[in-house]
Write a protein that binds this ligand. Structure first.
Ligand code: UDP
Length: 256
């Protein structure tokens, strides 16, 4: 990958110049951060698992007409994506109270919400991603009302579809964060599409039977077996990468 020009390096991913104009290569790292990067660590194998999990979910979403940046997986840690102009807003959808929501409103973690709640956060490391409303977003020109309407409509479709998909493999979709980007066609028309990733780094996923956390909260809260949780999500979705399957077989045989 070092031959390609690096465009951007984030906390968990690197973006490289793509093979054709309008494309990028998204590389998934094992690095993990939490609490606005105050906590740092490495979750070994996470990049490979998230690449595969995000590929699977974005592909399923394309099939139901949710436009997104994913083109194809290139290798264990890399995927080819459409280059977008990122909207600097994180869209969070919540079905069950957890994390910062439980703290802010004093609602016990695990309490089902009366309906799905959509929130916006302004992407800014210096400010710690403050929660914002449509007023802030449009006043500061981070997005137009029409963009926001599209983002909310897409986020709710993603929520309905993924809630069902995960329930089918015994997992509750508690909450998740989405990012969107703008793409322009040859006539200069703009379209909003889903970008970034959908993985246990960006969603809370609990086992339906036991409420066991199968996501980044295991890292945030030092619950242990973080890799195992990510692997379990990939396994249930049927997308455990071949390298991981081989490794698992090896360790199972060794245990016999
Ligand atoms: N989230 C994320 N990136 C962020 C903040 C939140 O992916 O910068 C995800 C998080 O994993 C969870 C959801 O968005 O699935 C809601 O997170 P919350 O606001 O509760 O924040 P947290 O408790 O993670 O600080």
């Amino acid at each position: 990958m070092s031959r390609r020009r690096r465009i951007y390096e984030g906390k968990a991913k690197i973006l490289y110049e793509g093979p054709e104009p309008g494309t990028l290569v998204q590389y998934f790292k094992d690095d993990a951060t939490a609490f606005n990067a105050q906590k740092k660590g490495v979750i070994s194998g996470k990049g490979v698992l998230n690449n595969s999990i995000s590929e699977y979910l974005m592909t399923r979403l394309s099939e139901i007409g949710v436009p997104n940046h994913f083109i194809r997986r290139l290798s264990l840690r890399e995927q080819l994506i459409h280059e977008v102009e990122i909207v600097p807003i994180e869209v969070v959808v919540r079905n069950i109270a957890a994390g910062s929501f439980s703290k802010r409103f004093g609602i016990a973690e695990g309490t089902p919400l009366p309906r799905s709640i959509v929130e916006f956060y302004y992407k800014s490391d210096e400010l710690g991603d403050p929660m914002v409303t449509e007023e802030h977003i449009t006043a500061f020109n981070w997005a137009h009302t029409q963009d926001l309407d599209d983002m909310v409509a897409l986020a709710l479709r993603v929520n309905d579809y993924l809630s069902g998909l995960f329930l089918g493999v015994g997992v509750k979709l508690v909450d998740f964060k989405l990012e969107f980007g703008r793409v322009y066609n040859e006539h200069g028309d703009v379209r909003i599409i889903l970008a970034d990733e959908i993985s246990p780094d960006s969603a809370r996923l609990w086992d339906v039977q036991t409420n066991e956390k199968l996501d980044k909260d295991r890292f945030r809260q030092d619950l242990g077996n973080v890799e195992g949780a990510y692997r379990e999500i990939a396994r249930r979705l049927g997308v455990l990468p071949e390298a991981e399957v081989t490794e698992l077989r090896g360790s199972q045989q060794a245990a016999l």
